[in-house]
Write a protein that binds this ligand. Structure first.
Ligand code: PEP
Length: 250
């Protein structure tokens, strides 16, 4: 895979029944037509991972989870382990999404433990960081995301494939996006924090942007320095919205 190939990841959140696999099929057909010029992954709810992985078995799009437990198994009612995601056909997992950090109180240390579990299960983690609106308005965005990178990436990530997603909390699901200058500024800071944390070997780990990426803003965002792809929520649910974003990455 060329270094410059962008990674476009769909986060379906708690959306999607069996019928939604038609959207995944259409997205995969479009991904095939791009001939490896863009790397595509879909992260459906856990209940769809196995079926989606089966449907896309000979396809181009990868399948990922949206979270995992830090332990491989145990008395944790309702939780899913990294090993279980991998067993169901996932090859990636989103970790530390702001909805989990805010709604479930996940700390950087807990995210780091989940990243360790993902690596142990052979999954590629996508670690999310991002500031709230109050933090941005207080001029703390760079400090907040740098600290999240520092605390959420364990040593064992060195030499392993992983991505970081910069997702300003105030841009997720709101239709608001930072300016391209703000995105470039934070991505440069995230890169510096990754390299400080894991060394020069991590210089090529993709840094995705996430937060209200749509067909009409994707091309500009993806052309911004240090933007290695996009993590897409709402616009990943329909192939008609997601495919133009994939094409904007090429
Ligand atoms: C997300 O859930 O990670 C996300 C970026 O959502 P949206 O694209 O809907 O803002």
């Amino acid at each position: 895979m060329k270094q410059s190939v962008k990674m476009i990841v769909g986060n379906w959140k708690m959306h999607g029944l069996g019928g939604a696999l038609d959207q995944a099929r259409a997205i995969d057909e479009a991904a095939k037509a791009l001939n490896g010029a863009c790397r595509v992954a879909l992260c459906p709810p856990s209940t769809l991972i196995d079926r989606m992985a089966t449907v896309l078995r000979d396809g181009e799009a990868a399948v990922g989870g949206q979270d995992c437990h830090a332990k491989p198994s145990g008395a944790f009612t309702g939780s899913v382990s990294a090993e279980m995601l991998a067993d169901a056909g996932a090859t990636l997992v989103i970790l530390g999404h702001s909805e989990r950090r805010s709604a479930f109180g996940e700390t950087d240390a807990e995210v780091a433990a989940k990243v360790e579990a993902a690596i142990a299960a052979g999954l590629e983690p996508i670690v999310c960081v991002g500031e709230t609106l109050a933090q941005r308005e207080a001029g703390e965005a760079i400090a907040v995301v740098s600290a999240q990178v520092e605390g959420s990436l364990p040593d064992s990530l060195s030499e392993r494939p992983f991505a970081v997603a910069y997702e300003p909390v105030w841009a997720i699901g709101t239709g608001l996006t930072p300016t391209l200058e703000q995105i470039a500024e934070v991505h440069a800071a995230v890169r510096a924090a990754i390299v400080k944390r894991l060394g020069q070997g991590a210089r090529t780990a993709p840094i995705l942007y996430g937060g209200s990426v749509k067909p009409d803003n994707a091309r500009d965002i993806l052309a911004t320095p240090e933007v290695g792809g996009a993590l897409v929520g709402g616009a990943s649910l329909k192939a008609a919205d997601f495919i133009p974003i994939m094409k904007a990455a090429v």
